[in-house]
Design a protein around this ligand. Structure first.
Ligand code: FAD
Length: 680
């Protein structure tokens, strides 16, 4: 009896389900954030995990490694790869460290140019995807004498260990005998100069390629690494993605309630409760509770929740308008990779509309690099000239694009006088527009008291800058959910499709995963803690306090002193969880002390947490003598530094030592984990 198409589909689905079940440890990425791949020696992209084999098989002569947490290093790697290919005829491959093994790393020959784009995360830590590579460099690598390299570090100077990972990569490779062919460069997110720093480093690289390594330069012409084929499928076919988080969500082929969950595979969590925490007409902060019942997703107090976003309807419409894509929103296409080193970034077949809604970062500011690259597809010569005039000047770009807070669509439409950019190949958009990334939130619940829910506290980002309405993606999505769930009549600043692909997000669900953090309470509950968290920096401390209460109630634990410093504008507008603190104080008694600074209560006197710290200097010194741990959470750019220098002053005075010695002491507390920061 002949088998028809349906029979084959059923057999294939069954075979896949069995394969997925038998290899479930391998199919899903490891919970350390690495992609183990579909079969043991294959990566998620379908290529071998053997770096040299992949390099040779695909005839590549340049590797761009990236250690990326929020997607910037990955985006730069992809842009650098395109440029080296189109300007110098190099054959680059971009490499996510998580996709390869390093046993034969030393065999990379001197004919291969290697670039390392290395982000530093948190307190001088490597990104999740580069942890294994550092284990290799530190513990296994012997000599790398044939490696030729250049490193660019991505960091933030408001953190103590600024660009620690970029520096370490550069130094360690040199120690192992590798040869640097172009100067080390680093970018500073803290100063907001990352893009320009990257461009300056890239100019040095290009200079070195031309003048030291004698590469010939050609006029840059876009060479796609992906091929788009409009599909025979209609958007209603089950295999077509409507923007589901990954293929498993399209096919429902595995149990989606079971992890491991990470940056490539989220859990679809129901938001069981939302609440507006501010009492203000202009500002908003949302408390949201994510349900974990029925899943093996777990967290521990102090961890971060990653929330996977989608774009607002308004930004999607503007983007479709800018590229003349309105008519194509429901058209289905597939992508083919030029070779096995190129990863298809999302499940296909998919619709154009789903890509824009769920996979592209369309609302943030636009980069000068993107501008220079897209000029070749301008709708007319005049627009092209104008784009190049602005794109080639750091100053013009800052003044005419950056300071106006234009997003990509606004910038392009403004320069073309409203003419759509219809000549831009969609492959270019997929390859050049950064991909939408999850945003992290410090969890504001305790895993001991809230075993099956995760709470977050998110301040909504929305501001009018000049004529431009600037909105944050995730926080406005949460605000939309809060309004809808509580049946409010408020009009949101921007709107979202809350039902998600094929209504899979209906009843207020969002894809999430948990990122383990090192921001942890001392193991002994009787150790005193000093917590400093103005604004949403209070989030993890609500979790800490709830944990302490649970320790008392369930284990009858003896609790050390909890000294909490919080700051907000004024008591009636933005005092987060104002109603909860008295009940916590009742249980914790004299072991709990909350000091609140109001910055706008007295028009003549702005009061911040640092002032409250100084007022309590004596008690702080005494708690530190008793072995107290210090925790700081919230704004990294100014608050964390000011708090640290205030604490140094307090310690210097209390111990009668110099400020420098006190600052050194704080640094040693940091290495002992007695001074922990959760700042962003
Ligand atoms: P995004 O879309 O990421 O936008 C970022 C900013 O850029 C916004 O202010 C937005 O208004 C602005 N913007 C948008 N478009 C443009 C443009 N065209 N030009 C210029 N600017 C533009 N936040 C909390 O509220 N609570 C927490 O507990 C918390 N914990 C965190 C913990 C960690 C470890 C980290 C890394 C971050 C944490 N954050 C927290 C910050 C959070 O991750 C998000 O960055 C924040 O909520 C903004 O996300 P968004 O998607 O709404 O904004």
């Amino acid at each position: 009896m002949a088998l028809d198409t349906l029979d084959y589909s059923v057999m294939v689905a069954l075979a896949l389900a069995i394969l997925a079940y038998l290899g479930k440890d391998k199919f899903w990425p490891g919970d350390d954030g690495t992609s183990a791949g579909f079969v043991a020696n294959m990566s998620a992209g379908g290529h071998s995990r053997d770096l040299i084999e992949t390099l040779n098989k695909n005839n590549k002569n340049c590797i761009i490694f990236y250690g990326s947490q929020t997607g910037t290093a990955e985006d730069y790697a992809s842009k650098l790869s395109k440029e080296l290919g189109s300007r110098f005829g190099l054959k680059p491959m971009t490499v996510d460290f998580a996709d390869y093994d390093f046993d034969n790393f030393a065999e990379i020959s001197e004919d291969v140019l290697c670039f390392f784009l290395m982000a530093t995360y948190g307190e001088g830590e490597p990104t999740d995807n580069s942890i294994d590579f550092f284990n290799f460099l530190d513990n296994e690598a012997d000599t790398l004498s044939s490696l030729r390299f250049s490193v660019f570090g991505l960091g933030n100077s408001t953190y103590e260990f600024y660009n620690a990972i970029g520096k370490k990569t550069n130094e360690r490779l040199q120690e192992l005998g590798a040869e640097r062919f172009s100067a080390y460069g680093e970018g500073d997110d803290g100063l907001g100069t990352m893009d320009e720093d990257f461009l300056s480093w890239k100019d040095l690289v290009i200079d070195s390629l031309k003048n030291n390594l004698n590469f010939e330069e050609h006029e840059a012409v876009y060479q796609p690494s992906l091929k788009l084929i409009e599909s025979v499928h209609s958007m209603d076919d089950a295999v077509v993605s409507h923007g589901e988080p990954n293929s498993a969500y399209v096919s429902n082929s595995v149990d989606l309630s079971k992890g491991p969950f990470d940056h490539s595979h989220p859990f679809l969590s129901k938001i069981v409760k939302t609440q507006e925490l501010f009492n203000s007409k202009t500002r908003s902060c949302v408390h949201a509770e994510f349900d974990l019942s029925g899943t093996n997703l777990r967290y521990s107090t102090g961890d971060h929740l990653a929330i996977w976003p989608s774009n607002s309807n308004e930004n999607i419409d503007r983007f479709l308008e800018a590229f003349g894509l309105f008519d194509k929103a429901d058209v289905v296409f597939e992508l083919r990779a030029e070779d096995s080193t190129v990863a298809i970034p999302f499940h296909t077949p998919i619709t154009y509309g789903a890509v824009v809604r769920h996979h592209l970062e369309i609302s943030g500011d636009v980069s000068r690099q993107f501008f220079l690259a897209i000029a070749q597809f301008a709708p007319d010569e005049e627009t092209k000239k104008e784009v190049l005039r602005i794109g080639n000047s750091k100053e013009f770009f800052a003044k005419e694009i950056h300071e106006k807070c234009y997003n990509m669509a606004d910038a392009l439409l403004n320069l073309s006088n409203g003419k759509p950019w219809k000549n831009v190949p969609f492959e270019f958009i997929v390859e050049s527009v950064p991909h939408l990334q999850a945003r992290y939130y410090s969890i504001s619940s305790s895993s001991l008291s809230e075993k099956t829910t995760i709470h977050v506290t998110a301040v909504v980002e929305s501001e009018k800058i000049g004529d431009q309405l600037v909105t944050g993606v995730v926080t406005n999505l949460l605000k939309n959910i809060e309004i809808a769930q509580n049946n409010k009549s408020d009009k949101p600043t921007v709107t979202y499709n809350l039902k998600g692909p094929r209504n899979k997000f209906s009843n207020y669900k969002l894809p999430v995963h948990v990122r383990r953090s090192t921001f942890k309470l001392p193991s002994n509950p009787s150790t005193p803690i000093i917590c400093i968290g103005p604004g949403t920096g209070i989030a993890p401390f609500r979790g800490f306090v709830r944990e302490k209460i649970s320790q008392i109630k369930t284990n009858n634990a003896t609790i050390g002193k909890v000294m909490l410093f919080y700051g907000c504008r004024n008591e009636d507008e933005d005092y987060l969880y104002k109603d909860e603190w008295p009940s916590y104080a009742q249980v914790l008694g004299s072991q709990f002390e909350m000091n609140v600074a109001f910055s706008r209560k007295d028009p003549n006197k702005k009061e911040y947490v640092q002032h409250k710290l100084l007022e309590n200097a004596e008690q702080i010194n005494s708690l530190l003598n008793d072995g107290a741990f210090i925790y700081v959470c919230g704004d990294a750019s100014k608050m964390a530094r000011d708090v640290q220098s205030t604490l140094a002053k307090i310690i210097a005075k209390g111990r009668d030592i110099s400020d420098e010695r006190a600052a050194e002491l704080i640094r040693s507390y940091k290495t002992q984990n007695k001074y922990q920061e959760d700042v962003w």
